[in-house]
Design a protein around this ligand. Sequence first.
Ligand code: SF4
Length: 320
Amino acid sequence: MADVARRLGYRPSFGQSVFALTRGNNFERQILADGGARLLPELVRHGVLPEGAKGLADLRVRMNGGPLPSLPAAIDATRHWLGVLAGQTDSRTPLPAIIASPTVRIPKGVMLPEAVLILDVLAVRYDQGPPPELIVGEIKTYADRGGHTDPHKLAVARAQAGLYLHALELVLAEMGCSHVRLRRKGFLVLTRPGSNFPSVRAGEDLRHQAERARRGFELLEAAARGLPPFSPVADDPVEAVMRAETEYSEACLRFCDRADQCHASAVVEGNPAVLGDEVRRFLGEVDLGRAVALLNGEDPRSAGERDLLRRLRRAGVGRP
Ligand code: SF4
């Protein structure tokens, strides 16, 4: 979708606002700086890593504050490190306890193209190996408020971490490195309230999320099989996506690089989704133009409009 956004003249941001991206990058830079000086002790304190763990392999690309020039370089470096970890024969060999931004290319499905995923962080334990054990971590910038942390946000973070866990399983299997142990419990890195120091939530059970990701891939594959034949050589894939039908909703703003364009089209169409999912549900099939007309006293033209008018009057809105 980033390619579609570019062709439409928008700057892709992978669905995040510039402010959220900057905030996220800054937080990651701070906790990974100086060999993970802020993150490492916190991981040890919560038992993700053992006492004495040290070392950080920085696989971030330059635009995110790392040393690598590009995503392909990050993918190569990640494969290199996974190979090194898989080949470890002596747990006393000094290897890094943290791998920042490992980047994996998920092997091509039967129908689906390859996909690139950038994990936030991997913790690596050597104390029960070789081979070492990998633990998936997800970094978020919202505050850890204990039992009061937004459960929806936590669920999203766990879902992402579960996807990364499954992606790692696929990549390790493809590399013939399935003997590397992947812990089914990962960790989240949030912020301490009012500060830029990390707060680690360890022992996050990712089994169900990884299984959900696996099933999601299967469903995608099945959906792709049901699509009409498409030749990326004969057809322009970006053009094909641009021509496809869209259905704008509030959620688009959170993840899709094309949201600005779909939002603008929805405004022109009078689609109530531009005012959010609640308004869309309330208005049903009635567009914004007709809703305003009804509020201004025009007669309803359909059963849907009559029903909306009844509900508006019950709520004390519009002319009697
Ligand atoms: S409808 Fe939403 S998800 Fe689909 S292309 Fe538009 S913004 Fe993206």
